[in-house]
Design a protein around this ligand. Structure first.
Ligand SMILES: Cc1cc2nc3c(=O)[nH]c(=O)nc-3n(C[C@H](O)[C@H](O)[C@H](O)COP(=O)(O)OP(=O)(O)OC[C@H]3O[C@@H](n4cnc5c(N)ncnc54)[C@H](O)[C@@H]3O)c2cc1C
Length: 261
């Protein structure tokens, strides 16, 4: 799919760092669990199948869908997840769940069996990162790993992309196939607390290329993402337009997230 498939707001060519936003028709899709796979101790992969997925729109690796989890009292609980991969022809959608002390989405995924059904809404839009960059740095935790993996796999030959990613254990480290020049740097959870940005900041020199101008993509627990963004701007003098940061979850808050850009 190309961005031209969707309505989009025009971006002045002069703004090298502008994000390009696209809107998609909002749709709810009835999906069936086709496979359940424990990718690693800390990551569960569900593949969903549906005839409704044959027009699934997702133009950016950090798009999100809304999982409509049935609540105990018949209510619907919505949680955001990344379309890790999709195949319109086959009507398939892959979602990776970071395994943590279960809220409703994590609990639903951990209990999911082949044949279970779930309504999935969206994505309602996509935000495309600037393309005329010398390099891209991606930083995130387990919840960002699906978006990071997709970003790396979809990056073109010639792009230098380096990553700083937190995972629980060495067994949770993932390998991505890509034509891009990808250099991952892993931080194990035993070296860093969930809302401690200092351990990530201490390793930034390993991932930021010395030459050229690039873009930073950050997604993690909200305090961590906010602290990283502030450090890049205030200490390293990075132009805020060169950063897209998001809190993918908030410690101690249910169903919470925070756009920080
Ligand atoms: C745009 C976007 C894309 C996302 N994509 C993904 C994805 O592809 N895969 C994925 O796994 N997550 C993803 N997330 C994060 C996910 O939405 C949250 O982790 C969500 O809170 C999980 O819902 P829950 O029902 O399990 O827990 P909730 O009911 O929301 O929370 C219950 C408790 O668990 C805590 N909690 C939530 N997440 C974590 C965590 N990761 N580690 C430790 N404690 C946590 C909360 O602070 C709360 O105290 C994404 C979030 C956003 C905003």
């Amino acid at each position: 799919m190309t961005p031209a498939d969707d309505a989009q707001s025009p971006t002045p060519a002069s703004d090298r760092w502008a994000l390009r936003r696209m809107r998609h028709d909002i749709r709810r899709r009835d999906c069936v669990v086709e496979t359940v796979e424990r990718l690693s101790p800390g990551m569960l992969r569900l593949v969903f199948r549906s005839p409704d997925l044959t027009d699934f729109p997702s133009a950016s690796p950090d798009d999100h869908v809304k999982l409509m989890i049935p609540g105990p009292g018949g209510e619907t609980i919505m949680r955001d997840y990344t379309p890790r991969a999709f195949d319109r022809t086959a009507g398939r959608l892959v979602i990776d769940f970071a395994v943590h002390d279960a809220g409703p989405a994590t609990a639903w995924a951990l209990a999911a069996k082949v044949g279970d059904t779930l309504v999935i809404g969206g994505p309602r839009g996509s935000t495309l990162l600037p393309e005329a960059v010398d390099w891209l740095v991606v930083i995130g935790d387990e919840t960002a790993l699906p978006a990071i993996g997709r970003r790396v796999e979809e990056s073109p030959e010639g792009l230098t992309i380096s990553g700083l990613a937190i995972v629980e254990t060495q067994a949770d480290v993932q390998t991505f196939e890509t034509p891009a020049a990808w250099s991952p740097h892993w931080v194990l959870r035993d070296q860093v607390d969930v809302d401690d940005a200092a351990a990530l900041i201490a390793r930034l020199d390993e991932v930021i290329p010395k030459a050229g101008e690039g873009f930073f993509w950050v997604a993690a627990e909200a305090r961590v993402a906010r602290a990283l963004r502030a450090h890049l701007i205030e200490v390293r003098g990075v132009d805020p337009r060169r950063i897209k940061a998001a809190g993918y979850w908030i410690r101690g808050a249910e169903g919470a997230h925070e756009p920080i850009e």
